[in-house]
Design a protein around this ligand. Sequence first.
Ligand code: WTA
Length: 652
Amino acid sequence: MPQDDVFPVPPGFAAHAHVDGAEYDRLYGQSLDDNDGFWREQAAFLDWTRPFTQVSDTNFAADDLRISWFADGTLNASVNCIDRHLPAKADQLAILWQGDAPGERRTVTWGELADKVNRLANVLKGLGVAKGDVVTIYLPVIPEAIVAMMACVRLGAVHSVVFSGFSAEALANRIEDAGAKVLITADEGHRGGRVVPLKRNADVALAGQPSVAHVVVVRRSGAQVPFTAERDLWYDEAVATAEAYCPPVEVGAEDPLFILYTSGSTGKPKGLVHSTGGYLVHAGTSWRVIFDWHEGDVFWCTADVGWVTAHTYKIYGPLLNGATSVMFEGVPTWPDSSRWWSIIEDYRVNIFYTAPTALRSLMREGEGPVAKHDLSSLRVLGSVGEPINPEAWRWYHSVIGGGRCPIVDTYWQTETGAVLLVPIPGAVANKPGMAAKPYFGIRPEVVDAEGNTLEGEASGNMCFRGSWPGQARTILHDHARFVQTYFAPYPGRFFTGDGVMRDADGYYRITGRVDDVINVSGHRLGTVELESAISSHPAVAESAVVGYPHDLKGQGVFAYVTLKDGIAESEELRKEVVDWVRARIGPIASPDVIQWAPALPKNRAGKILRRILTKVAANDFQNFGDTSTVADPAVVDDIVSRRQDTLAKEQA
Ligand code: WTA
């Protein structure tokens, strides 16, 4: 790689950073030599009610999987996130909230946050929520989302946040799987000037859900929404009359903190279960180091509260450290595409963390919207959710960061809980598009298809050897699937489902998913989940979904759809199928391309040959590899000629 592709740590940055190059080398080495010793020291970051005596008890063998950290310690997450910053920070700002509408703002001090959390915890307690119960949260990006999460964990209850862009049906599936006792939602959400009918969706989702006895409704828009008197209660009315203090419930380090659903390679979303002690240690200590946060800095992570990025690095990381953060309800392009840059200027944001997909779309607008704003407060930039292409990286670095801010390209997953690969900003030089080097205590391995560990420069499957405290402990109700998915493919290692390339300097570049998951605008979608949504349409006989390269989204959703006998292909039906998927999963899952396929290419055993479908979707009509297994070659010819026809029409 030519030297101009290396961006050294900016001059002067390392001197003030938590970790510089020498410290990274020393501490990384130590963290591998004495892994328990390293994490024991890190765990001192938390306030433990009863200190732990044992650090790790882990074993990655699929037939005897054990992941346990700090097991005999006890603590409460909300005490660590809030109480311990009081009274010192009572009047300082915890949350700077910017509503969807430019004029709409709120601030929340640490004292106010504590008050809100205690009161809501008492409300939930009054509704019968106790340690171990699940509460589903379906809220927009408003301070009450954080209050709700913290109120749950104050009681030792487990939160399950569902992205507010998910449909009623997707919400229903997640409520049912978790057996949630209470749902916390809002009347409506606001995004990009549009209204999201959250309460209406919630009502649809709750029909036939016996587990949910109560719904707490936050008044966000003030609109008239349906209200079921015996079941629903208004948040503001309930907290107004609640007791102002709720004693925190002591939980064990291995007790669950939250569930978060993500898509996998089968149709059913997986509810990953995270622990309290290990997760908080990894989230809190890594957040501080990877963003090089210092007291007084303003941090802003643009992720929606429904994703793991927000859990770990927008909510838990900053709260555990007593940091001030910006929370923005809207979208980067409304009212215009300078929205983010104006927020950075207004709030003097120092650390900004976002996803490549948004950068790519903002990059298209040119430098005009950026140039209007003073972004000189920025010191560190972050990227997450998908590989960042070098072109977007360079734009981020020069246009947004003014060439002076290191970019922390953080590689991790819902399953890993917190970061695994990252160029720590004062320590590791940047290479565009590379998540670079392992975080402390993390042992990456590049593994070939046979499970051999590759050394030096290599490409293969991204695995990790040895446990880390933040990793998920299981899939709710499906431990066998947890073992099977992550620990069985390459014995002794955790398999991420991603491909990776390691260069001669030991830098890692994630190359994208190698399983049946596609990453659309940084959101994970299972192809099987999409197929079952499409195939449930009454006109559809069968479907196959693959990802294809998309300029803005990274990957787009390409659906091959076989209609039932006698049903005619039409534009209306195409729209109907798209709307059908939006209603079943949510707008993020909208197919970008639907190609009618009178038949799908299969082998003689009836298995769909996705390899061919993926090539055709990427407009690669040649390199199909071995096609001798195709049961009916004419099917492939038809699929290719239909795709070529569409391309010809698009170009005409
Ligand atoms: C992808 C988001 C390249 C990857 C934290 C992973 C990335 C999936 C990066 C997890 C990155 C995340 N570079 N790819 N920096 N970060 N990914 O669970 O494919 O929403 O497996 O967690 O996103 O997505 P998830």
